[in-house]
Design a protein around this ligand. Structure first.
Ligand code: RP5
Length: 167
């Protein structure tokens, strides 16, 4: 699935299962909010390894500048994608098992030296931050996006400053 594709997608959001979407939608929402062209797809490291390789192999050529990859359990998807492309991979641990995301966090963050995966917090906050981080990466060469980010942060600051406690 591709969105805002007047120019091709700049960010790929992939996940190991449809069941991960309730977490990964937080990344998608962030990309939507900033109007970043993106695509969303299920790619499973252990159930569709050939698709994973094809996705990674085509990522740079198709213009992707970042891949947000979320998976639960023994989460190989971000690391295996990173092993097959130079497009930066932002990994999101999804709480999907009895270990509540600690398994996927350690799988993703403990990449051996040489193949980096940027690793985010477990669950929706991590997915949102991964989306936001992808926006910030693109903003390095897109002044309009940088302006939107500055305004977005100012709005977060204003939200906190306007908070009142029920004393
Ligand atoms: C992982 O196994 C997926 O990323 C998902 O988090 C988990 C469960 O997948 P389903 O059984 O819901 O397809 O590969």
């Amino acid at each position: 699935m591709s969105e805002s594709t007047a120019i091709g997608p700049l960010v790929g959001v992939v996940m190991g299962s449809k069941s991960d979407y309730e977490v990964m939608v937080a990344a998608v929402e962030m990309l939507r909010e900033f109007g970043v062209p993106h695509e969303v797809q299920v790619v499973s490291a252990h159930r569709t390894p050939d698709l994973l390789f094809a996705y990674a192999a085509s990522a740079a050529g198709r213009g992707l500048r970042a891949i947000v990859a979320g998976a639960g359990g023994a989460a190989h998807l971000p690391g295996m994608l990173a092993a097959k492309t130079l497009v930066p991979v932002l990994g999101v641990p999804v709480p999907a098992t009895a270990l509540q995301g600690m398994d996927s966090l350690l799988s993703i963050v403990q990449m051996p030296k040489g193949i980096p995966v940027a690793t985010f917090a477990i669950g929706r906050p991590g997915a949102a931050n991964a989306g936001l981080f992808a926006v910030q990466m693109l903003a390095a060469t897109d002044a309009g996006l940088a302006e939107k980010l500055t305004a977005w942060r100012a709005a977060r600051t204003a939200e906190v400053l306007s908070q009142e406690l029920p004393l």
